[in-house]
Design a protein around this ligand. Structure first.
Ligand code: M6R
Length: 369
């Protein structure tokens, strides 16, 4: 059942190109427009929405953080993202014009379920993004957009995360489409890029041997830090979460711009720091800023592990280890930049002799609050 792989996690990492392609399947018509017929919230309601609130836990929360960048940029609707476990207890402001998106692989996470129940009580519409057919969260929501990752067995979420991102991009573009906040041809161009992305994920998977080698060489470290900016920031959080869960190491993700406000004090000789670099095309200010962040930490002794686009030469002098990813539009980069971090955590766990599919103290779906 592991299809020749030692662990379900390895199998699920390898299945990501297909999971991404399957989640797009049937949702884009021949003309390149989106047809999300399953989202049975009428277009007239979606046109009236004045706020989006995303609730989720763990890895699904990181997908939500990335979705915020896409939703606000593509639709100009304000978007908040909140940990489901915090949401209900702070008396959030919700009304019928708020669209709540609940993201959950299992569809059974109690914190997320309680958050969506609370939202519906306040009259908000709830759209679930879920991987498990007929599970509780979609059953209790107004509508559901299923991710088609197939069953995810390993406790650490991988392919479900990538498909959650795809679903979030689809929702964001769909909102842009029904509200007319993005021109048709712009949406079509983005949709075209999305359709190409599964091939790019495959290319990343083909080049992972150096990442595995690097992970093995770090097996006796205690701490690894992760830095990113823009959508690379949630990717850094996700990289750190994978490492905590699987390698039981102290791992933290930071927004690179926050370094000088505290975390830079942690940098010491030979401390591994993974940096997710935004594309030098597009928002180049971000890129230049992160290059100086890399210089700053390296000058203080950090061992820099840099994840950067093919063709990005500016990072080369400051990268102790360079991991290349294909060029993508800025907002879509998490679909390729997360993959090396999954492989990295999985290999480190193996090197440390940990149980990869079933990390200590964790359950695949958390059905208690
Ligand atoms: O099933 P869900 O997506 O609702 O689960 C949410 C989290 O429990 C889950 O993502 C958890 O953080 C994973 N083990 C992360 O790898």
């Amino acid at each position: 059942e592991k299809g020749g792989y030692d662990y379900f996690m390895l199998k699920e990492i390898a299945e990501q190109p297909k999971a991404v392609a399957d989640t797009l399947l049937g949702r884009i018509d021949a003309a390149g427009s989106l047809t999300l017929d399953e989202v049975r919230i009428p277009a007239s309601v979606l046109r009236e929405i004045d706020k989006v609130v995303i609730v989720a836990c763990g890895t699904a929360f990181h997908a939500g953080l990335i979705a915020k960048y896409a939703i606000e940029h593509w639709t100009r609707i304000p978007c908040e993202v909140e940990l489901a476990s915090e949401f209900r207890y702070r008396d959030p402001i919700l009304d019928p014009r708020t669209l709540v998106i609940a993201i959950s692989q299992s569809g059974e996470t109690m914190d997320t379920l309680m958050a969506l129940r609370h939202a519906r009580e306040q009259g908000s519409k709830v759209l679930a993004i879920c991987n498990t057919n007929g599970s509780t969260i979609p059953r209790e929501s107004d509508a559901v957009l299923y991710t088609h990752a197939g069953p995810e067995v390993a406790v650490a979420s991988t392919k479900a995360f990538l498909t959650q991102l795809v679903a979030c991009y689809l929702v964001a573009l769909y909102l842009g489409q029904v509200r007319g906040t993005k021109w048709g041809d712009e949406i079509q161009a983005l949709v075209r890029e999305l359709s190409r992305i599964s091939r790019e994920v495959e290319r990343v998977l083909e080049t992972m041997e150096p990442v595995r080698e690097l992970a093995r060489s770090l097996a006796d470290k205690n701490t690894v830090l992760f830095l990113g900016r823009h959508v690379g920031y949630p990717v850094a959080l996700e990289g750190a979460l994978k490492l905590k869960e699987l390698a039981y190491m102290h791992a933290e993700g930071f927004a690179a711009g926050e370094l000088k406000h505290g975390p830079i004090a942690l940098i010491e000789e030979d401390l591994p720091v993974v940096v997710v670099v935004p594309s030098p095309r597009g928002r180049s200010v971000l890129h230049d800023k992160i290059v100086s962040n890399i210089q700053e930490i390296r000058a203080r002794g950090a061992r820099t592990i840099v994840i950067a686009e093919e063709g990005d030469e500016a990072v080369v002098p400051y990268a102790d280890h360079l991991i290349r990813i294909p060029a993508t539009p800025t907002l879509l980069q998490p679909l390729v930049s997360t993959v090396p971090l999954q492989v990295f955590a999985c290999e480190l766990a193996t090197a440390r002799g940990n149980e990869v599919d079933q990390p200590r103290n964790l359950a695949k779906s958390v059905t208690v609050e």
